[in-house]
Design a protein around this ligand. Structure first.
Ligand SMILES: Nc1ncnc2c1ncn2[C@@H]1O[C@H](COP(=O)(O)OP(=O)(O)OP(=O)(O)O)[C@@H](O)[C@H]1O
Length: 259
């Protein structure tokens, strides 16, 4: 059956020790949507990404991927659908850029590490698209932060997921690389109908790239909506305790904040 909803969470709680870190979180991400999650430090964003990607189970509630509970997928099956680009996208040391990209094929390989189709061409293409051809044989520990982030992006691209999750993907990047990375993900979203769920700290980036944004605050959903409805002084004051000035981006017509 064709599902228009890619990912759904219903009444999700997460308890860590004696603390309820997430409380009654519900969300629906449509296929092909760019969905942002924002919120102050410690509000539960990374924890939510762990649950949404199936790394950890919720303590209550359920999470469905195209209508099927995440708990019903094996790790390898899940990896054919969902790729996660973590905050510290530092691929393991001792591997070359090409080897790191090849790891993205893991969900399609049998226990001997063999794949039914040859992914060599795909890997070459992705390395070229990300400007990594020249660096393909370089060990990842000999890369700059921005290059390493591109190597990590190559790996998740080669994984060919339907759903890409980003946890603060631009944390260690300068503004040039931040924009490059977000543009790359958006181009992929538009060309392949990729669904994106991204935790973003930068509210201006969130407003520029997300179709909808959810605000998490102390483990609960404060609001969900388009950038225009979310990036507003009242909501940001409630979430972050600041009252920024909001202006409209002169070219893109989305809200941007000034501190
Ligand atoms: N393994 C753990 N043990 C105990 N507490 C934890 C653990 N993981 C997370 N927490 C707590 O859960 C809360 C939410 O953490 P989480 O990392 O999800 O927040 P976040 O919104 O991603 O924060 P940040 O923006 O700072 O990355 C925090 O109070 C954190 O201290």
């Amino acid at each position: 059956m064709e599902h228009r909803v890619m990912l759904q969470a219903a009444g999700v709680d997460k308890r860590i020790g004696s603390r309820l870190v997430l409380r009654g979180v519900s969300l629906q991400v449509q296929k092909g949507e760019f969905f942002g999650i924002i919120g102050p430090n410690g509000s539960g964003k990374s924890t939510l990404i762990k649950l949404l990607s199936g790394v950890e189970p919720p303590s209550a509630g359920e999470i469905l991927l195209q209508g099927t509970n995440l708990a019903q997928f094996s790790g390898k099956q899940l990896a054919q659908h969902i790729a996660v680009l973590p905050q510290e996208a530092l691929p393991p040391v001792g591997f070359t850029v090409r080897e790191v990209a090849e790891m993205g094929r893991y969900p399609y390989q049998n226990w001997l590490g063999e794949e039914r189709t040859d992914a060599g061409e795909l890997i070459d293409q992705v390395l070229a698209d990300l400007d990594l051809t020249e660096l393909a044989d370089r060990p990842v520990e000999a890369l700059s932060g921005g290059e390493r982030q591109r190597a990590a992006l190559a790996k998740v691209t080669v994984q060919q997921p339907d759903l890409l999750m980003l946890d603060e993907p631009t944390t260690y990047l300068d503004i040039g690389y931040q924009q490059q990375m977000m543009d790359y993900v958006r181009a992929w979203q538009r060309s392949a109908g990729l669904t994106v769920v991204a935790v973003l700290h930068d509210l201006n980036l969130a407003a520029l790239y997300c179709d909808r944004i959810m605000v998490l605050c102390e483990g609960e959903v404060l609001a969900t909506g388009t950038p225009e409805t979310i990036i507003r002084a009242e909501i940001l004051e409630q979430a972050y305790g600041i009252r920024p000035t909001i202006v409209v981006h002169p070219q893109r017509q989305v809200p941007q904040i000034l501190l």
